[in-house]
Design a protein around this ligand. Sequence first.
Ligand code: ARG
Length: 460
Amino acid sequence: MLEQRFSIPQDEAFRRLNDSLSFDQRLWEYDVAQSEAHARMLARQGIIPAGDSDAILAALGRVRAELSEGSFPFAAGDEDIHMAVERRVTELAPEAGGRLHTARSRNDQVVTDVAMFVRDVARSSQSRAADLASTLVGVAEAHLDWPLPGYTHLQRAQPVYLSHHLLAYAWMLLRDARRFAQVAEGVSDLPLGAGALAGVNFDTDREFVAAELGFSGVVENSIDAVSNRDSLLDYLSAASTCATHLSRLGAEIVMWSSSEFGFAQVSDAWASSSSIMPQKKNPDAAELLRGKAPRVWGHLAALQGVIHGLPLTYNKDLQEDKEHLFDAVDTLALMLVAADGMVASLSFDRARLEAAAADEMLAATDVADLLVKRGMAFRSAHGVVARLVREAVSLGCTLSELRDDRVVELSEGRLDAAALRSVLADGAWLESKVSRGGTSLASVRVQLQHVKTALAGARE
Ligand code: ARG
């Protein structure tokens, strides 16, 4: 279509390198919508005759129908979706169609399509993240007072309620939802109208086109308009963080499903077996939440790499933005949907969780705090309990099995065995975490109310 400039046809390998139609046809709805708005604007401004605009709009209507039902006749020379749509409009309305590209360039066109796409996918990622947060809240509520060990360094640290642990993920997903909302809100200004880079030689009405396409303003600088890919970086950055969150959730589910932990199982709908070992039930979906995360951030790193060092304005390198974006969008959508289904399907083993959480060593901080409440400085109390723990470890017994006289001796008379045993009595170490945001049931109940309010906001 544009080859009149050259004397010999494009090399076949160059065509394959250069063409983007195979992936950018995904943008067709945006391309048709912006072409309609552009044609209307051109007629309103008297830049093309009203009759031509009508003919263009009729042709675009047909193009939309053909593309949506899969009957659009792509042609060999269609380099990208923008050329394909314009070529077909010109076939359908030969005189008028030739005027569609007045006061427009593919440079402002492509960035407009992509901005509209990012706005839509950021909204859908937002709602998927909120869905998963809501599922996590439901599972947390169903396991409100189920204790399990909380870990640091993957060593048992202090007991927590499972509800509290799961709500930590709900908060992460809520932050993700908010980040995606910000990405969508960030796409507020219309690039179209910048032309190739310098503006156009016509008195266009960019505000009209902006309003037609749901933008609240126009990009003020035509050079910035065609060079800018920030919204893609913003989406990929939010997606990367979200994928990282999902990888942590996946990793925990993998651990919890092992025989060593035995804390939880995914339902059969989210597991696979082994081709050789018939006993196996593998939590593949959880493993893939872990395994797919780097792919999402890989796209962020790759796009930063494409853009970094690029002189203004449009460079063909920028065509490489789309596949990174599209794959990240699709990968993350699948991860979020799978995480949602798998989390909802989890079944927890209360006896295993309780047994693990009843490990008396988890109460060491509580014993130290008892001494603090009796006036000892925390650092000294920490030392006393460390001595008790060392004694128990070396004797191979539990803290409550320590001899009464040794408790008194090791604590230099600051602790008696009865007081020690009463701190170690079941359950008290969770309910002792009374601080705001802590794991006591009263605090978790307050947290649940707040998370539900935040959840309602995360969908806006
Ligand atoms: N297919 C191109 C892209 O995705 C569209 C813009 C082409 N512009 C140009 N000056 N060749 O970036």
